[in-house]
Every structure is written in structure tokens, then in C-alpha cells.
Design a protein around this ligand. Structure first.
Ligand code: SAM
Length: 295
């Protein structure tokens, strides 16, 4: 959608009550157990929605719409079809009001997103756009990476807000302190780009830390061949004892580490953070060639 068309969509948006009023009327006091930190600044939610690019085709999936601030941003930016999964039943009436204001464009799924096959929701192309609940952000991302490993084109892109510390790990390069298992897995399957930071004061209630929006753009093919499960095992072993040399840390795999390290083309004295994603894939393939690879 072009900018002037977007503006027309925005101008024709229904008049909606302020989010603070929605929160008060529906008694949506934030619950820590659900990672609830709401965005009430509609300029910011529009910025996050725009970061996802063209939402005019296919389905935009939002996890944790809460009172609907980001959902409003997605709809106002022209998302053709939004499917929003919310675990907190208290939010459902507020979200139903939003769905009524945008007839046929917003579907609410009540439940735990960890139990939803997100890759099968709505028509492709699918984008996931979410201000993730911090307590389940990593397991959710890992499950979506699993879906991408099975079907690389299941998502066109993912625009996700994390605590900045998690975002830094996702985008970290080899040789840095933040580089670790989740960064290897994410970068193996996706181009991962840091987009922008969001200060704690932008949320109600404010979290203790800064947040960051990260864009994930699934690669047509992973960076190098490997089985996801084996790559998970190898990275878990290597980064599980990241200060140790690989010849030591990989012993937890119960195979001789030497051929794996040789396959990666690094010295046995190397440590996990020195290896790039392609080297980890080489170790995963070498592990699969041993009897232990399928354990
Ligand atoms: N999108 C809203 C916003 O930006 O203002 C709320 C974001 S808040 C950080 C996280 C939301 O995720 C909350 O509405 C919370 O109830 C919801 N949530 C928490 N755990 C969830 C889960 N497992 N499945 C689906 N939604 C969940």
C-alpha cells in the first residue's frame, strides 16, 4: 500500500475510545504473570506496524493483543486480515469491540499462543507482529523457528519486540559476549535485523529494562545444511559451557568431539563464541554422521 492510500485508510478509521478508557472500563489492570506491559502511544504502535511492511495481503498474526494498542496500529496501517491470539480472557470483550469497529478484518483466538499452530493461521503470506510477553518470548520464537525450519516460506517476516538483552542475543555476531545458541538458530534460518529500541517509559506499566524491535526475514534456504534438532544439540553443548574449549564442552554429546571440531575447520582449543553459524552446521552434520547424531 502506498503512503497516500495508507493515509486514506487512516482517515477512514473508526473513532475509537482512548486505550486508557478501554483499560479502565474492562478492568485490565496489568498482570505480571502474563508479561503485561501495554503500549498506549498509537504513534509507536503505528511505527511497529509499518516496520512489518506491506500488510495488505495475507494475514498478520499478533500474539498478545491485550487491550489492542498494536492491533489498532496494524489495522490502521491497512492490515487486510489480523488474527490475534490472547491468553487473558479479561481482554476478550475489549478486543471484540475492536473487531466490531473493523468488520471482517480482526479475528480473535482465545488461548495460549504456545499451543497454537501459528504457521497454519489464515491465508499466506503470513507476518507475525507482536509486543511479546517477555516470560514466553523465547519459547514462542523457538517454536516459530521450528516452523520455519520445516517450511521456510511459512512466514514472510516477523517483527517482534523483546527485552533489549534478548534482542542483542538474537542479532549478535560471533566473537561477542551476546553471541549464543538462540542467535545461531535464528540467524541460521533468518536474516535478523535490529530495528529500533523502545524506552521503558513507553509502556504501562513500565518494565525495568529497555525493549527492542527485531525483524526476522526467513531465508529461502538456511545458511548451511543441518538438522534443526542436531544443531540445537550441538549449540546447547558448546554454549552450555561457553568458557571451555570445544574439545571439553562437546564431551556432553557422548561422542568423540575431534571429528566434529575438524568438520568446523577450527582448532580443538576454540571456544563456542569463535564459531560462525556455518561452522556450527558443519559440526551438526558431522554429529549426524556418527551414531550419536540421532540420540
Ligand atoms: N500487544 C499489547 C500491547 O502492545 O500493548 C500487549 C502486549 S503485552 C507485553 C503481552 C500480551 O501477551 C498481554 O496481553 C498478555 O496477556 C498476552 N499473553 C501472555 N502470555 C500469552 C500467551 N502464552 N499466549 C497469548 N498471549 C499471551
Amino acid at each position: 500500500m502506498r503512503a497516500h492510500e495508507r493515509r486514506e485508510v487512516a482517515l477512514s478509521d473508526p473513532a475509537l475510545p482512548p486505550l486508557r478508557e478501554v483499560i479502565a472500563r474492562h478492568g485490565l489492570g496489568a498482570r505480571k504473570s502474563l508479561g503485561q506491559h501495554f503500549l498506549l502511544d498509537l504513534n509507536l504502535t503505528a511505527r511497529i506496524a509499518r516496520a512489518a511492511g506491506d500488510l495488505e495481503h495475507g494475514t498478520t498474526i499478533e500474539v498478545g493483543p491485550g487491550p489492542g494498542g498494536l492491533t489498532r496500529g496494524l489495522l490502521a496501517e491497512g492490515a487486510a486480515q489480523v488474527v490475534a491470539i490472547e491468553k487473558d480472557p479479561r481482554c476478550l470483550a475489549a478486543l471484540a469491540e475492536l473487531a466490531a469497529a473493523y468488520p471482517g478484518r480482526l479475528e480473535i483466538v482465545a488461548g495460549d499462543a504456545l499451543n497454537v499452530d501459528v504457521a497454519g493461521l489464515g491465508a499466506p503470506p503470513r507476518s507475525i507482529v507482536a509486543n511479546l510477553p517477555y516470560n514466553v518470548a523465547t519459547p514462542l520464537l523457538v517454536s516459530w523457528l521450528g516452523a520455519i525450519a520445516r517450511t521456510p516460506d511459512c512466514f514472510a517476516n516477523l517483527v517482534l519486540m523483546f527485552q533489549k538483552e534478548v534482542a542483542d542475543r538474537l542479532t549478535a555476531a560471533p566473537g561477542t559476549k551476546a553471541y549464543g545458541r538462540i542467535g545461531v538458530l535464528a540467524q541460521w534460518l533468518c536474516e535478523v535485523r535490529p530495528l529500533f529500541d523502545v524506552p521503558a517509559r513507553a509502556f504501562t506499566p513500565p518494565p525495568r529494562v529497555t525493549s527492542s524491535v527485531v525483524g526476522f526475514y526467513p531465508r529461502p534456504h538456511p545458511l548451511a545444511p543441518a538438522r534443526l534438532e542436531t544443531l540445537e544439540r550441538v549449540t546447547a553443548a558448546a554454549f552450555g559451557q561457553r568458557r571451555k574449549m570445544l574439545r571439553q564442552s562437546l564431551k556432553t554429546l557422548d561422542v568423540d568431539p575431534a571429528p566434529l571440531i575438524a568438520a568446523a575447520g577450527v582448532p580443538e582449543t576454540a571456544r563456542a563464541e569463535e564459531l560462525d553459524v556455518v561452522a556450527f552446521c558443519a559440526m551438526a552434520r558431522a554429529l549426524d554422521e556418527t551414531a550419536g547424531g540421532w540420540g
